[in-house]
Design a protein around this ligand. Structure first.
Ligand code: HEC
Length: 150
């Protein structure tokens, strides 16, 4: 009688296990993709302006200091929820004006406080950027971040 595991049983467990976990991985990947495009994202609201705002976000490398949905640098506040934090869900006009005024007022120059540079965005870029921040705020990010400003 064979002692412990035979070679062929070990091989079968290895191949069977590999196949099982590969299929599980493929299924979870497919599910994540499906969830992102159909459940958690506002496809209908994805306007040209939102797309342009994402370009403004990228061209100015805001991510070098900020995180968005946890991705990016942790020097400055998380911005995926900044629209909600500025009260955009209750009063969109005030939030829009508040965000634009904040960005136009930088750098504050307050001693001992981290500074944000001035980006000199024109009105169209600023509008698009805020549309992008508003749209991003609508993504279901499963209650990220754990603290309101990241
Ligand atoms: C060099 C680092 C840096 C870059 C690059 C940067 N920021 Fe900031 N940002 C900051 C810092 C630091 C603060 C917080 C300043 C404070 O609280 O006084 C801030 C704050 C903000 C706030 C207010 C957040 C809040 O919670 O009140 C917004 C909105 C913002 N940044 C947008 C942007 C956008 C959009 C870009 C790209 C165009 C950008 N930032 C690029 C450093 C940066």
């Amino acid at each position: 009688m064979a002692e412990g595991l035979t070679k062929s049983a070990a091989r079968n467990i290895f191949y069977g296990g590999s196949l099982f976990f590969f299929l599980l991985f493929a299924a979870l990947t497919a599910h994540s993709h499906w969830y992102m495009v159909s459940e958690s994202t506002d496809q209908a609201g994805l306007s040209e302006s939102v797309k342009h705002g994402k370009e403004v976000w990228e061209e100015n490398m805001c991510i070098n200091c900020h995180s968005i949905m946890g991705e990016g640098a942790y020097f400055a506040p998380e911005l995926a929820n900044v629209w909600t934090r500025y009260g955009g869900r209750e009063n969109p006009e005030a939030a829009r004006a508040g965000l634009a005024a904040w960005m136009r007022a930088q750098p504050l120059g307050a001693p001992g406080r981290r500074q944000m540079p001035q980006f000199d965005l024109d009105d169209e870029e600023m509008d698009a950027l805020i549309d992008f921040l508003q749209w991003t705020d609508g993504i279901d990010d499963q209650d990220w971040p754990p603290h309101p400003a990241g």
